[in-house]
Write a protein that binds this ligand. Structure first.
Ligand SMILES: NC(=O)c1ccc[n+]([C@@H]2O[C@H](COP(=O)([O-])OP(=O)(O)OC[C@H]3O[C@@H](n4cnc5c(N)ncnc54)[C@H](O)[C@@H]3O)[C@@H](O)[C@H]2O)c1
Length: 273
């Protein structure tokens, strides 16, 4: 039986960037779509584009809001049928210099990038299990979740956790025939840096920090602009769901760092007895 055609996919952060790329790939493969995002205008644009291909419902949802999440899940399932593909993709790429960290910053990044994923799992997994299993969960982490990089402390912390959650969830869900994949992209050509800037905590930001942030945005945007096309990433996610693969890489940019990390971990172990 086809794992995507005729199924309902729920995609967070589905209005723009990688989430929209995933939505396009799934729509072409015959899935019905529920797109959740905090950007209403982009949701409307995505809906008008994709409705030609497949039934699409859009929801203004902050993935941190658990009760709203449950309501949106009910609405999705009553309009489109049971969700059997869940893509926990919404995320922000914001950070703060280590000398200026505040709880507000931790809560912002961890709340969306990690707790947002947990909320997706906790909303839909019991429904999948109640129906007797089957389905697939895709969590968007990052290459930064596989080895520490200069991507920043908050981002790296959140994405390592998403990788661990996904690996463990895959083992736990094996008996229930629910697949789990973790998307670990390298640079992808999206506006994540400026989009994230729109929602970052502003209360503790100085003029100097704003200037630094603007410079970082310009630099990071240029780096991402040379990255993968989000539509191609969507096709990679589709292929991984169809074949039930755990890891989804978009390039080999992290290969050296992953190798060095694995070696450092092994070298730190006591000698074999
Ligand atoms: N672009 C890259 O280079 C890259 C690399 C590695 C990982 N990622 C990850 O891919 C995912 C998608 O990022 P993208 O590059 O497509 O960025 P994007 O900004 O284009 O898309 C992210 C979407 O998530 C939405 N969003 C943000 N906060 C939300 C919230 N609280 N609730 C619901 N929706 C929310 C945004 O409105 C946006 O539409 C993120 O998890 C990101 O960390 C991106």
């Amino acid at each position: 039986m086809d794992r995507v055609d005729g199924k309902t996919a729920f995609i967070t952060g589905g209005a723009r960037g990688i989430g929209l790329g995933i939505a396009r790939a799934f729509a072409r493969a015959g899935a019905k779509l529920a797109l959740a995002d905090i950007d209403q205008a982009s949701l409307a644009t995505a809906k008008s584009e994709l409705s030609d291909l497949t039934p699409v419902e859009t929801f203004l949802l902050d993935v941190r809001d658990r009760s709203a999440y449950a309501r949106v899940a009910d609405e999705t399932e009553s309009r489109l049928g049971s969700v059997s593909i869940l893509c926990n993709n919404a995320g922000v790429a914001g950070d703060q210099h280590v000398t200026r960290l505040t709880y507000e910053y931790w809560d912002w990044v961890i709340g969306i990038n990690l707790t947002g994923v947990i909320n997706g799992v906790q909303t839909f997994l019991p429904r999948m299990l109640k129906r007797g299993g089957g389905g697939h969960i895709v969590n968007t982490a990052s290459g930064a979740g596989l080895a520490a990089t200069s991507s920043g402390l908050l981002y790296t912390t959140s994405k390592f956790a998403v990788v661990g959650l996904s690996e463990s969830l895959r083992l736990a869900l094996e008996p229930f025939k629910i697949g789990v994949s973790v998307l670990c992209p390298g640079p992808v050509n999206t506006k994540i840096i400026s989009n994230s800037n729109d929602t970052r905590p502003s209360s503790s930001v100085t003029v100097e920090e704003t200037k630094m942030w603007e410079a970082a945005i310009t630099q990071a945007n240029a780096f991402l602009a040379a990255g993968a096309d989000p539509n191609e990433v969507g096709e990679m996610v589709l292929a991984a769901v169809k074949t039930d693969r755990l890891y989804i890489h978009t390039d080999r940019i992290m290969a050296g760092l992953i190798e060095a990390r694995a070696k450092a971990l092994l070298d730190a172990m006591p000698p074999a007895k």
